[in-house]
Write a new protein. Structure first.
Length: 492
């Protein structure tokens, strides 16, 4: 089945805006680009294809290389350790780094360095349980940076702790700025830029103060696990090569969330200033995903509500002249907002340089809504139903030719009723929407798919966060599936 056009009744578009941007040339996955589509790399990321949580600093889940037409199983590491965030890689591609839940087989370690050829543990460290929410960012020298509750830690390539910086609240994950700092956001809404050498705070901005938002409401301090409207911790900060910073979190009242944009200004001194605010549904948003050229900001909306959605903002139309308007920041509405009466995505969507957004309708409750979706800036929406009743159930990663993730389906017995669930690692052709390949998985608890410098795919598993909550045969009650699995290319 291929992409089919949808009626536009669920789409609200303020005006048509067609971006005329050239697509990136197709590269092998051994080449790697920092922001998924950019050929240049002005900041200190290692030259690997999958550079951090959501694939890159912009959170757009786009990896600028081609993935293979077929794969074969490689190794399965850390089978007793639950993995939430994607793994990342050393500059030479020989090691991969991953955070996990406390591992009983490795003295309670939660940060691991694994050999990419064998999956063997090279070293590990014990961090706080909250570190499982942070992917590991790696700079061009091989140094590691990870959040550890209300702190950011740095390690050498050999696992020696270099520094620790305390924050004013729990943070989940970091990204690098074009200027070379480590950036994160706390649950209290403080964006901090840290010196990579020392961990010292170079610049900071408190979002509620800068955007005149309530510090707390409804008696709920700090951050919630899902969505904008409570706090900021659960949503990864996004950063573009143009020095823009994006965060989703609390809005102007209990019914609203917001995505906010900040500018990094060189100074001296280097500092942050508010740029614009866009309204979202309260308690609902994913991490902001920004196109590689900084033109488009996409946010999954509707977690915990009756209606899910995707909000797409055009950054250029959100820009404004502060001196001319006398305003401290702009107030921006989505250019396109697509909604559906179903379950929302639980990870940031894919957004391409031309503003095309790929996402999925999630869950088994709406049997007729198991589609992979394509939304364009004009408001045109296309969909494709996965064959054989498959429903997408993981975060989505995009290569130049594939949309990668996992999917599950219910299998009924001869007398009706569900006898088992089947789960697969899947790839959908971006150009046509057709299923390219599928390989069996033991559970539906796959978190996301990362792409290594060797072209291999890596899938993390954490059964407690499974979309459907079952392994392959719920009637036989097999053990849950944890750890990190590798799939190696079987051909070009």
């Amino acid at each position: 089945m291929a992409w089919c056009m949808m009626p536009s009744v669920a789409v609200r578009a303020r005006h048509l805006l067609q971006a005329s941007l050239a697509l990136a040339v197709l590269l092998a996955c051994t080449a790697g680009r920092a922001l998924g589509g950019e050929a240049t790399q002005p900041w200190p990321y290692a030259q690997v294809p999958y550079a951090g949580i959501h694939g890159n600093a912009a959170n757009n889940n786009v990896v600028g290389c081609r993935t293979a037409a077929a794969y074969v199983p490689g190794w399965h590491a850390l089978p007793l350790s639950g993995v939430v965030q994607p793994n990342t890689f050393s500059p030479d591609g020989l090691l991969t780094y991953v955070t996990t839940m406390s591992s009983p087989g490795h003295r309670g370690c939660t940060l691991f360095a694994l050999d990419t050829q064998s999956g063997r543990v090279r070293w590990c460290r014990v961090l706080r349980p909250a570190s499982v929410g942070s992917a590991v960012e790696v700079d061009e020298t091989g140094r590691l940076f990870v959040t550890n509750g209300a702190a950011v830690l740095s390690f050498s390539a050999l696992g020696r702790r270099l520094w620790q910086q305390r924050l004013d609240g729990i943070a989940v994950g970091v990204h690098f700025t074009p200027q070379g700092q480590v950036a994160t956001v706390s649950g209290a809404g403080t964006v901090s830029l840290l010196d990579r050498e020392t961990g010292a705070v170079v610049a900071a901005l408190h979002i509620p103060t800068a955007f005149d938002l309530p510090t707390t409401w409804a008696g709920t301090p700090g951050a919630g696990f899902f969505g904008a409207g409570v706090g900021f911790t659960n949503n990864s900060i996004a950063i573009t090569s143009g020095g823009m910073v994006y965060v989703s979190g609390r809005g102007r009242d209990a019914k609203q969330g917001a995505v906010v944009a900040l500018r990094i200004l060189e100074g001296p001194p280097l500092h942050l200033e508010p740029a614009w605010l866009g309204d979202l549904v309260g308690l609902s948003a994913t991490s902001p995903a920004v196109s590689a050229n900084g033109a488009w900001v996409a946010v999954g909306d509707g977690i915990g509500t009756a209606e899910a959605g995707i909000a797409l903002f055009a950054d250029s139309s959100c820009a404004f002249d502060a001196a001319a308007t006398g305003q401290a920041f702009g107030h921006c509405a989505p250019q396109v907002h697509y909604s559906w009466p179903g379950e929302p995505i639980l990870g940031s969507p894919v957004v391409e340089p031309d503003g095309t957004v790929f996402f999925w309708e999630r869950g088994l409750r709406q049997a007729a809504m198991h589609h992979v979706m394509r939304l364009e800036p004009s408001g045109r929406t296309m969909q494709v139903a996965l064959p054989h009743g498959l429903a997408w159930n993981s975060a989505m990663t995009a290569s130049d030719n594939h949309l990668l993730g996992s999917a599950s389906r219910m299998v009924q017995g001869p007398l009706g009723g569900i006898t088992r669930l089947e789960h697969f690692l899947v790839a959908v052709e971006k150009a046509t929407g057709q299923l390219a390949w599928q390989y069996p998985l033991a559970a539906d608890s796959a978190a996301s798919v990362s792409i290594g410098p060797d072209g291999a795919l890596y899938v993390g598993f954490l059964a407690p966060l499974a979309t459907f909550g079952f392994v392959s045969n719920p009637l036989s009650n097999p053990p849950p599936v944890f750890g990190l699995m590798q799939w190696r290319p079987a051909g070009p």
